[in-house]
Design a protein around this ligand. Structure first.
Ligand code: FES
Ligand code: FES
Length: 211
């Protein structure tokens, strides 16, 4: 049980704090916190190749690649989940590597080649990874799916290129396709619907067909 004296001290401290707040509220405006000054955005021209087409945009330098795609180019297939690099919904392929487009500024990709889900296939001519996701039910709500598919395509390229992962047992031998390799490499792509085992099946089928 707490000592009553200690309790009195804490209560006194609370009273002092409350008094300080009241004094601050009564203080003239010049003493109170001032709103942050409005920062004029710095605009710049950014040009990159998006899904095979050169696109040039006038952007605030703070614009993420994700917002450039969704808000400026209206390519809304790339999804914004967390906007903090934690879910993988915004994954796109830039210069052959998958990245979280919410974590990178558009200006950093001047002259680069960006592939979003819209650039992989069309409804009439699906990319093999898209077709395999449909066949194996690799999605439910579909929100994470564009990111999963872009990531899946890049993961198979990584394995083929012999790039090891955290679970690769032998760093001196060619990387073997396995469920654990796929699961480890896809671990940055979260699926709230839990379609993971079907995604692994879809990716395994595409990898086996690629040989
Ligand atoms: Fe980019 Fe979640 S929206 S990682
Ligand atoms: Fe719904 Fe993955 S299919 S979050």
């Amino acid at each position: 049980m707490s000592d009553p004296g200690e309790l009195n001290v804490n209560r006194r401290e609370v009273m002092v704090g409350a008094g300080a707040c009241a004094a601050l509220a009564a203080a003239p405006p010049s003493v109170r916190a001032q709103p942050a000054p409005v920062v004029t955005p710095v605009m710049t021209q950014v040009s990159f190749n998006v899904n095979g087409q050169v696109r040039t945009l006038e952007l605030d330098t703070r614009t993420t690649l994700l917002d450039a795609l969704r808000e400026h180019l209206h390519l809304t297939g790339t999804k914004k989940g967390c906007d903090h690099g934690q879910c993988g919904a915004c994954t796109v392929i830039v210069d052959g590597r998958r990245i979280n487009s919410c974590l990178t500024l558009a200006v950093m990709h001047q002259g680069g080649a960006v592939t979003s889900i819209e650039g992989l296939g069309t409804p009439d001519n699906l990319h093999p990874m898209q077709a395999a996701f449909v066949k194996h039910d690799g999605y439910q709500c579909g929100y994470c799916t564009p990111g999963q598919i872009c990531s899946g395509v890049a993961v198979l390229d990584e394995i083929k290129a012999g790039i090891p992962s955290h679970v690769t047992a032998d760093l001196t031998a060619p990387v073997q396709l396995s469920e654990s390799e796929i699961r480890e490499r896809m671990s940055g792509n979260i699926c709230r619907c839990g379609a993971y085992s079907n995604i692994v099946e879809a990716m395994t089928e595409v990898a086996e067909r690629q040989g």
